[in-house]
Ligand binder design. Structure first.
Ligand code: GLP
Length: 242
């Protein structure tokens, strides 16, 4: 793992955007795995700026998003579909048919999940996967537990995650209880991974991801087995790394 500790959120966003833009410059047909949450918002803003300045071209890029709340319609402001289209896709020159998002539809969800992994494989696999991390160590929506799942699947969200994400909704009751997420196998097959974290609420999860034992209690700890991971964190998120 390569660890980059930066001074502030702006620097984190610029470093992360730099990795992504370099990937697309080297491989214009790059397959990108994208994450949501508040952490990558600054990175997306920086990418939009670079695209407007003509410094990166998304016309041949394909994207696959990591996860989506189950049962939340695409037009719901808290759906990851809405997030991605407003923060990024509507503002860059990506072709809509090259955008892949997990379905929020619970009908035939198992078949959708199988096909989503097949679509990623058929595209040649993910070249660069962007990840955030939950305070409980989750990546995508792969929650801590006794077992971790390999493939894209429907997951029950933990109470920790429902509480953490309730800040985006008017109450915890409104947070969907399930989500569709890429599995850890889907993530680990990515050729390169960047994980972003900011703030002290992520410090313990980051310390356990970087220097703890590999455990299902911290799903991100499996990233220690990946050969090309860059972790970009601010000083607060890095505070407990020993
Ligand atoms: C959400 C998402 C994750 C994200 C994480 C952290 O639940 N499913 O992909 O990395 O929580 O979010 P934030 O960056 O807002 O702290």
């Amino acid at each position: 793992m390569k660890l980059i500790v930066v001074d502030n959120y702006q620097e984190l966003s610029e470093r992360a955007a730099g990795v992504l833009v370099t990937e697309v410059a080297v491989k214009p047909q790059a397959i990108l795995g994208l994450a949501t949450g508040s952490t990558p918002e600054g990175m997306y803003a920086q990418i939009v700026k670079l695209n407007r300045e003509g410094k990166v071209d998304f016309s041949q890029v394909t994207t696959f998003n990591l996860d989506e709340y189950a049962g939340l319609a695409p037009e719901h402001e808290q759906s990851y579909y809405y997030y991605m289209h407003h923060q990024l896709f509507h503002q860059i020159n990506i072709r809509p048919e090259q955008i892949n998002m997990p379905s929020c539809d619970l009908e035939d969800v198992d078949q959708f999940c199988r096909e989503y992994d097949q679509r990623i494989a058929a595209a040649g696999g993910i070249d660069l996967q962007v990840l955030g991390i939950g305070g409980n160590g989750h990546i995508g929506f792969n929650e801590p537990g006794e077992q971790l799942r390999v493939h894209t699947h429907l997951v029950d969200l933990t109470e920790d995650t429902i509480q953490a994400n309730s800040r985006f909704f008017s109450s915890a009751e409104e947070v969907p209880k399930q989500a569709v997420t890429m599995g850890l196998g889907s993530i680990m097959l990515s050729k390169k991974i960047i994980l972003l974290a900011a703030g002290k609420a992520k410090a313990e999860a980051i310390a356990r991801t970087v220097c703890g034992l590999i455990t299902t209690a911290i799903p991100a700890s499996i990233l220690q087995l990946h050969r090309d991971v860059i972790i970009i964190v601010d000083r607060e998120a890095a505070a407990l790394i020993t």
